[in-house]
Design a protein around this ligand. Structure first.
Ligand code: TMP
Length: 231
């Protein structure tokens, strides 16, 4: 989805809960910063202060009455804000944007998971994102059971630390998560030029290396400049 009017590079991470996405994203950001690249770190749902308020509604397990279409629109409300307030300005300034999830998550979770129309999701994407989308997507593929067991361990740690409950989607049935994973496999087939599937069951350092090799190639292809050392 490269937009020639913007000089930056947009990277997104995708994967099921418990795929190690957060750890890998953190490692990539540390490496990019150490190499002197100027970057914006963001997340979906979340990112901006308004997005964080929307995130709370979306992930609170008390909101079991949230209708699928309301959920869909909230994800896109969050994304529209993130694009307008943070992502587009950063790309215009030639920065690297690293986002924990983007519209592929909506196609996987609301499209395949909830059974909402993918064409309607893409229409909302066009409206919310106005041609902004990832140049490279790093998809960390993990077996459902391994992913869910890691996600449950993380949720227990959050509960023990009295952090806000974020389990509404992790609590879905196994079939929901299987549909999500199958949808990601379909997206990889549909967009081989953009989405890189990485085996997240590999040792953690091997995953980090696969990610870095792909990102390095994209940086070279985009001729990105370093802002300065240790930004
Ligand atoms: P996170 O745990 O990676 O922060 O993601 C939060 C949850 O939100 C995760 O279960 C996936 C879900 N999600 C959707 O259902 N649709 C979306 O569009 C996005 C961005 C996330």
């Amino acid at each position: 989805m490269t937009d020639s009017r913007r000089p930056g590079l947009f990277l997104s991470f995708e994967g099921m809960d418990g795929s190690g996405k957060t750890t890998q994203m953190r490692r990539l950001i540390e490496r990019l910063r150490a190499e002197g690249y100027d970057l914006l770190e963001t997340a979906e749902p979340g990112g901006t202060p308004i997005g964080l308020q929307i995130r709370r509604i979306l992930l609170d397990s008390a909101n079991s009455a949230l209708a699928s279409r309301a959920e869909l629109l909230l994800y896109f409300a969050c994304r529209a804000q993130n694009v307008a307030e943070w992502i587009r300005p950063a790309l215009r300034e030639g920065r690297i944007v690293v986002s924990d999830r983007f519209t592929d998550s909506t196609l996987a979770y609301q499209g395949a998971g909830r059974g909402l129309d993918p064409a309607a999701i893409l229409t909302l994407h066009d409206l919310a994102c106005q041609e902004v989308g990832p140049d490279l997507t790093l998809y960390l593929d993990i077996d459902r059971e391994l992913g869910l067991s890691r996600a449950r361990a993380r949720n227990a740690e959050r509960a023990a630390a009295a952090q806000p409950d974020e389990t509404r989607i992790d609590d879905e049935a196994a079939e929901f998560h299987d549909r999500v994973r199958a949808a990601y496999a379909g997206l990889c087939r549909q967009h081989p030029e953009r989405i890189l599937r990485i085996d997240a069951a590999q040792p953690i350092d091997a995953v980090t290396q696969d990610i870095w090799s792909a990102v390095e190639r994209h940086i070279a292809a985009h001729s990105l400049r370093k802002a300065s050392a240790h930004v």
